[in-house]
Ligand binder design. Sequence first.
Ligand SMILES: [Zn+2]
Length: 133
Amino acid sequence: MESNMMSEDNGLHFKVCACGCETSFMGRSNRKFLNTRHKSKVNNQIRSNRRKVLVPTFEKMELCYRLLQKIKEEGKLKVWIPISDLTRKGFDPNIPTTRLKDKKTGTEYMVLLNFAYRVSDEGTQIIILELNN
Ligand SMILES: [Zn+2]
């Protein structure tokens, strides 16, 4: 009688934790992990791996943003400046940004947070504006 308590009739099966720790436990067939800590370990790893592919882009955006801020600190907003001033420090005008169109002139600007910028047609100059929130 007592041995039946451990049989599969109660819906429990021998399982091996799916996190990779190789711990075995008795659990229902749909239970994959020893406990929530083991489950969140796996979920955190998945999230971390997903973010890892974005890190180079985020770092590039951060660098571009810092360079735009520096231009502001130097008082060089709203004037055309050589784009090489920025690109030689790592600025990439093609980083993923949203676009903004000046309704009056039709001019299109790239937007990175509170900054908008436009590269001249020949690609040698850049003009940077700060957007009002
Ligand atoms: Zn585990």
